[in-house]
Design a protein around this ligand. Sequence first.
Ligand code: SF4
Length: 466
Amino acid sequence: MEPKATQMLVDIEMLRRYDRPGPRYTSYPTAPNFSSDFGADEFIDEIIRSNRVDHPANLSLYFHLPFCEKLCYFCGCTMLITHNRNRLDEYLDYLSKEISIIGKKIAAGRKVAQLHWGGGTPTYLDAGQIRRIFSVIRDNFDFTDDAEIGVEIDPRALSEENLDALKEVGFNRASMGVQDFEQKVQVAINRVQTEKLTRWAFDGLRHRGFESINLDLIYGLPYQTVHSFEQTLDRIINISPDRLAIFNYAHVPWLKKHQQVIDQTALPEPSEKLKILKLTIEKLTAAGYVYIGMDHFAKPDDSLTKAFHEKKLYRNFQGYSTHSDCDLYAMGMSSISQLESVYAQNVKTLPRYYEAIDRNTLAVERGYRLNDDDQIRRYTITKLMCDLELDQGKIEEKFDISFENYFEDAIRQLQGFRDDGLLKFSKRKITVTETGHLLIRNIAMAFDSYLQKDRLKDTPIYSRTI
Ligand code: SF4
């Protein structure tokens, strides 16, 4: 029998006390710790090394397609606005070369279990471009029979032909940005997308057999109120997506200059934001969704929920995933790869990306090689973020350490969370409570040795945790 969702109640006062900047832990160490000492040559050595282990991991592929037709003022992605479709063709030429360079270095027999197109707006590609780049991918990589092949969809940049092409090349998962249905909010963020259009795209995906369709919403946008967001949630629940991701709007105009266009006085007050978050969690869990990880909700029979209950959930740069045992190869400008013990990030500008590929090398700009301590902390933080529980015995066995000795400092910091009812300590387990679930980033921060460095502590490089 599938586990049932139960409604969760939220304590706003508790949330308010813990709201501070903190990483989202899509990696550990986090990207600000990456260094230019690690470049293309180091990454190529690691790719070759990853082929030589006894049982090379399956592959997860990510492709960054950065172009969009119109700027959403809230956007935090690495993207480029263009109306010149020739630029997309030029980018695909370079991406094809990068695919071929990496594909040739991966040993035969290693298969792709997961693939994701993100952006930017992948559906800004027309049907011909979708077919062209996917055939390059298939020429260079083999897939498992049940590979999860996902794409981010923008209904404003979608056609029946695009949908047919996506299905034809093999996509079977999709994620769609909605953000908010309220027109005043949509105008303020420069993303007008009617409910009718969203429903058309959703039905088009369903009709073509796409599974686990996800919708993204954002809270904390200008002019949002508890009442307006409740109406959006009602309409979303009526559409009935398999998964929902509810992100906290990160207003970081010092990092994302275009966010300066957003009228700061129209942003909901922190107390209103917390009420929106409370409403969202209570409403979605009452509607039967299971609250997973940091900001995801899924139906009880969805694979993400099953992975959560079976403690097989995993977290990487794309958020939560059901595949924990893959090497992640990310291609396209700014994308970040993750192998067993390294991260490697591509350059963030188009000219530099093209220049590197023209030299027939990889476009890695910076990276990181994990040491033993990083591996222990990454595993621990990932387990916390995914399982909401730490099994001390398992961590001790895996890394041959004494949990109490190794994490003496972290355990001391966790006492405050325990006193506030956010954590429970039993004999050999630390379990995150229902209220603690909302503050999982704060709890994970206790295990982050890099946050102790003054340069990263409480600086505005991270968004707020709530
Ligand atoms: S479509 Fe997505 S990537 Fe493009 S500007 Fe809007 S939010 Fe950013």
